[in-house]
Every structure is written in C-alpha cells, then in structure tokens.
Write a protein that binds this ligand. Sequence first.
Ligand code: SF4
Length: 218
Amino acid sequence: MDTSLSIPEIYTALFDAYGPQHWWPADSPFEVMVGAILTQNTSWRQVEGAIIQLKLHHCMDAETMLATPPEALRQWIRSAGFFRQKSNRLHGLCRFILQCGGVEALRDLPLETLRPQLLTVHGIGPETADSILLYALDKPIFVIDAYTRRILQRLGYIVSPCTYGAWQQLFHVALPQDLLLFKEMHALIVEHAKRYCLKTPQCHHCPLAAACPVPTNR
Ligand code: SF4
C-alpha cells in the first residue's frame, strides 16, 4: 500500500484542523437510531427538519412511533426523502427495539450478538447498523461510508477485496479499540469530506494536502 499518511496521522491532522466534532447530535440514543435511518441517501440538513417534526409530535420513542399510523409518520419525515421507505424502516426498527426489551436492553448485549441481529432488520445495512452501534449503543465499531472510502482512496489506500468489511478492518487494525476515538474519527472524516474532499476536491487549503498525492496528480 503506497500511502504517505497512516490512519493515526490522518486522525491527528484532522483533529488539529477541525477540533472535536461532538457527534452524534441528538437528545437520546433512540433519536440517534432514527437519525441513522433518516440520513440514508439524504443530507443531514434534510434530516433535521424531520427530527424536529417527530419531536413536535412527541414521536421520539419506539412505542409511540410504532403506534403512529404510517401516513402520519410519512408526513412528518417527508423532508428526509424516501419517506415511504423510511417510515417502514423506522417501524421495523421500533419493532426490533421493543422485541429486544428496549434501547437499554440492546445496549447490554455484546457487540458480536447485537450486530448480526440488527442487520436482520429490514433496511438496516452495515453502515446504518454500525452508526447505531457506535453512536447510540456505545459499541466500539468503526463506521465506513462513501466519504471514508473517497478520502482514503485519494490518499493512496487500496483494500482488497474492496468491501465494507475490509475497509472497516483497516481502521480496526490501525487504531486502538477506543469508543471515543472511533466516534471522533468518523465525525472528522465526514467534516473533511464536506469541507475539502468533496466530489471535486478543493485541495488548496486542505490540511492533508502536503501528504496527499492528488494535488500533484492534477
Ligand atoms: S488534498 Fe485534495 S484529494 Fe487530498 S485529501 Fe485533501 S481535499 Fe482530498
């Protein structure tokens, strides 16, 4: 692998540039879980409106949300897009939480037990599951998203096979298994992808530019 920055060095450079990100912005673990579904294929700005609506309608717990008719739920989360699909997914998540005995009961389960169960819930794939595990349930597992792959590939990282699990393993090997570090690192990557490492990268003031091959290649 021909890379000029190790993953801990990327963390240090991003943290020095952006500081603590205070993720995930939410009032409760359930709200984090809801946000993890609502943000699928949607910007966080669009999700915020949906979260506000759910709170205004006192619909931020699993029992209430599951008892809410799908039509009402769809209306409240409309701003997050894909609202029919997401309302079904939210109801599926609520059923799962309640079948398991609530959010706190989920938190008590070991990661190895909980992750496969979460992945059986309709519409919850690895990225959403790991976001829920890390930010709602405080399980030390690293979240991989399109931003992570984009930035790491531009920095010269290649994983083979190029799968979610292989990218995740890269972080699990490179970083100590530290919950707060995993939370901060993922948040910093998202911040970096939004500020500089956009689809069309803005390399000029990027804090990683000195060690990144992309600016000189263009
Ligand atoms: S220098 Fe450009 S391509 Fe490299 S990490 Fe920064 S923004 Fe992304």
